[in-house]
Unconditional design. Structure first.
Length: 389
């Protein structure tokens, strides 16, 4: 005879399986859910009744069938609650409110002037989130949690920013601080990890099981998906390929090393390269605007950045054999001007076998990739069943 605890576990696991099938494959009928999950129709009907009662599932009419009664179709009700996703950049904070399918409902962006004092950053974010939360339409669940992507090493299980060189943060319990201020669950991860998760669940990565998301902003980070799972490594800090050495006696990086990729292929590298060409200093936004207008110096600067980025990506392709690489963050706005030198460099530096099937694209989620991924982090945790534990 099974113990009550075992029965409760199985019930919770079955509910999670049905709910997540509904989340990603609706509209779907009870019969289809039964067939795809292997659960009997009575169990499925009981779970669906619960989800309808909780407003997480709604009936949306009847489907088509060749014989018999047309089945009632069910839809996941994404408007039953909301999530806050935050992209904590070096000089900005992008905050999105999304529904339960990561569709953006509202957004705000804050300029972050130096010094980036932890307490003041927490307070500004908390105040903005509170205002956005109050402006959201009523819902059954309200805001279920907050996700944050940070450019640095993160202890995901404790929400601690271990080291974010570009923010000058070390051992900052950012998750607990923000959670205390907001009274909500807060999940903190590396911003490239959140970008990868966002693309996997809601972007161009839905149909692939091996992808790399490369965040090219002030620094460079990579989020790696292998067999549909985010790779965190033994200590949870995998993916810092922006700090791979590509010049043995190169420029000193904020991490303390010399010759890191991000010193040659990031936003600040673009600013430095453009300054060398024109003897004038401009922001990356200004350089990208000049690029779009066809300025030759901007083209040359972006081409150089793309060549170096191609060198780094060649190493990732040879070592990890992904099927899809997505480039996100602010430099993705350079589009084909950046993509072409990347592809040219990869063609000459990669082994032909791992390179042949690789697709390289700009992120479909654009500048929202990190924040949507941070929202996806909350959804992933909230709807994870007991089997995840």
């Amino acid at each position: 005879m099974k113990r009550t605890g075992d029965q409760a576990f199985i019930k919770e696991m079955n509910r999670s399986i049905v709910l997540n099938l509904l989340r990603f494959h609706s509209p779907i009928s009870r019969t289809q859910i039964s067939v795809q999950t292997g659960l009997n129709k009575a169990t499925v009907s009981s779970i669906i009744d619960e989800l309808i009662h909780e407003n997480l599932a709604i009936e949306v009419g009847r489907g088509q069938t060749k014989v018999g009664r047309r089945p009632v179709l069910l839809l996941f009700n994404a408007s039953a609650g909301y999530v806050i996703g935050i992209d904590l950049g070096v000089d900005y904070v992008r905050i999105l409110a999304t529904d339960l399918s990561a569709n953006v409902v509202s957004s705000q962006e804050l300029d972050m002037a130096e010094p980036r004092n932890v307490a003041s950053v927490v307070e500004r974010i908390a105040n903005t989130v509170t205002q956005m939360r109050e402006a959201l339409p009523p819902s059954n669940l309200g805001v279920i949690g907050v996700g944050v992507g940070v450019p640095g090493l993160v202890d995901y299980s404790h929400g601690v920013v271990l080291n974010a060189p570009n923010l000058s943060w070390r051992d900052v319990p950012f998750g607990p601080l923000l959670a205390t201020r907001l009274g909500l669950p807060v999940y903190v991860d590396n911003e490239a990890n959140t970008g990868a998760l966002g693309e996997k669940l809601f972007g161009m990565g839905k149909e692939v099981s091996h992808l790399i998301y490369v965040s090219v902003g002030t620094g460079i980070g990579t989020g790696i998906i292998v067999h549909n799972e985010l790779v965190r490594g033994s200590q949870g800090i995998a993916g810092e390929f922006g700090h791979m050495t590509i010049e043995s006696e190169g420029l000193q990086c904020s991490c303390g090393n010399h010759g890191c990729l991000e010193m040659y292929a990031s936003e600040r590298a673009l600013i430095h390269r453009y300054q060398m060409l024109t003897k004038s200093k401009h922001s990356s936004e200004d350089i990208l605007a000049r690029l779009q207008s066809g300025e030759q110096a901007a083209k040359e600067a972006v081409h150089t950045i793309g060549t170096y980025l191609g060198i780094g990506l060649s190493n990732l392709i040879n070592g990890l054999n992904p099927s899809l690489i997505l480039i996100g963050n602010r430099l993705a706005q350079a589009g084909d001007w950046l993509l072409h030198p990347i592809q040219q460099t990869i063609q000459t530096r990669c082994f032909s076998v791992p390179y042949a099937p690789v697709t390289i694209r700009m992120s479909a989620l654009g500048r929202n990739a990190c924040a949507i991924g941070a929202a996806a982090l909350v959804l992933h945790e909230h709807f994870a069943g007991p089997q995840s534990a």
